[in-house]
Design a protein around this ligand. Structure first.
Ligand SMILES: C[S@@+](CC[C@H](N)C(=O)[O-])C[C@H]1O[C@@H](n2cnc3c(N)ncnc32)[C@H](O)[C@@H]1O
Length: 205
């Protein structure tokens, strides 16, 4: 059995098929669909090379991008500098380390939550995101969907709607969850996903 490569190794080996070099259209569409104020501090969890962090910062948030990979974050810093956008990039593990800027009013993740394989771990990250948010804070999470038979084709981890909801429900209420596709640069398009909009519960179950 081959060991799964870590994200740090994947950036070292330039094995990053999720890289867009631009924001995911699902993030942009979200702010045209929902009247969520673009003000205050936000976090991009598992921000990679910062494409979405920079978009959020250039639209009014004070944004912290957090990632495990210093290689990804060096690229993120260079992109922010050339875009003349101010973001805080923080190298650390979202589960253990304290990113600057908390509490956040908005959290975004594209492909981080779904990498937590077991329900207990997904519940832990949901609790952690809730801890980092202010009351009523929003979380937009783009999650690979199980409702797609990819055969042998590689792609992001896949979760069922139930697997997502059972992890987040104690900490978040569901505002919306719909089927879509990850943005992708390939002509074949991106993998099926869940576009999840959650709001932190005032009283956690
Ligand atoms: C699929 S990549 C997506 C990167 C970026 N969001 C994008 O859309 O290009 C998932 C990212 O989550 C980061 N990540 C995974 N677990 C993490 C953790 N516990 N703390 C911080 N970052 C994490 C990885 O290093 C990786 O950059």
């Amino acid at each position: 059995m081959t060991e799964k490569k870590t994200f740090v190794e994947r950036y070292q080996e330039k094995d990053t098929p999720w890289e867009l070099n631009r924001p995911d259209h699902n993030l942009i569409d979200f702010f045209t669909s929902f009247p969520v104020p673009v003000v205050g501090s936000a976090i991009d969890i598992g921000c990679g090379t910062g494409n979405n962090t920079i978009w959020l910062a250039s639209h009014g948030f004070q944004v912290t991008g957090c990632d495990l990979s210093d290689i990804a974050l060096a690229q993120a810093e260079a992109k922010a500098e050339s875009a003349k956008v101010t973001c805080a990039f923080f190298c650390g593990d979202i589960m253990r380390d304290q990113p600057p800027g908390a509490p956040f009013v908005f959290a975004f993740d594209r492909g981080c939550f779904h990498t937590f394989d077991a329900l207990v771990d997904r519940s832990r990250i949901a609790a952690r995101v809730a801890e980092l948010l202010s009351d009523g804070g929003r979380w937009l999470s783009l999650v690979g969907s199980k409702d797609e038979d990819r055969g042998d084709r590689p792609g992001p981890p896949q979760l069922s709607a139930g697997e997502v909801l059972s992890a987040i429900e104690p900490y978040f209420e569901l505002i919306s969850m719909r089927r879509g596709h990850f943005d992708a640069n390939q002509a074949s398009g991106g993998a099926l996903n869940w576009i999840c909009h959650f709001r932190k519960r005032a009283l956690q179950n």
